[in-house]
Design a binder for this molecule. Structure first.
Ligand code: NI
Length: 159
């Protein structure tokens, strides 16, 4: 297990590339997932995608406070509704903004052993899934951002 360097927007174009599907569920993948979880927790993030640590593989880790979720080759297979909420990204430091996301999503993926898993999510987990899966296609939340959240807004919201 190790902490990896988080790529920052504007410093490395790896964040803008499309990640490849994972077809080998080997020790290398397990190490990557372990390191991604360590790196996410160390940075106090709720999600991290492999390209954020410079690896163009379709793998993400998420923990919205309900335990670690590891997803390999995740795909949104159904979504409904729309909700606008605040987002930030470890690769876009010191910035937050509002983004419209589906209210509910169904995601199919594989776990670290290659077994198929399916997740239905709402609220923060749905947002995190959409945000992290976007990273695998080189898309960042700032591309979809409706408006910046300033420190003053945060004070008014009491966050
Ligand atoms: Ni992000």
């Amino acid at each position: 297990m190790a902490i990896r360097k988080i790529m920052v927007l504007g410093e490395d174009d790896v964040l803008r590339k499309r990640s490849r599907r994972v077809d080998k569920f080997d020790k290398r993948l397990r190490t990557l997932l372990d390191d991604m979880a360590d790196t996410m927790y160390k940075a106090d993030g709720v999600g991290l995608a492999a390209p954020q640590v410079g690896v163009l593989k379709r793998a993400v880790v998420i923990d919205v406070g309900e335990g670690l979720i590891e997803l390999v080759n995740p795909e949104i297979v159904a979504s409904e509704g729309a909700v606008v909420g605040p987002e930030g990204c470890l690769s876009v430091p010191e910035r937050r903004g509002t983004v419209e996301r589906p209210e509910r999503v169904t995601v199919k993926a594989q776990n670290r052993d290659g077994r198929e898993v399916q997740i239905e999510a709402t609220e923060l987990l749905a947002v995190a899934l959409c945000h992290e899966i976007d990273h695998l296609d080189g898309v960042l939340y700032v591309d979809k951002m409706i408006e910046d959240i300033t420190d003053q807004d945060e004070d008014e919201e009491g966050e």
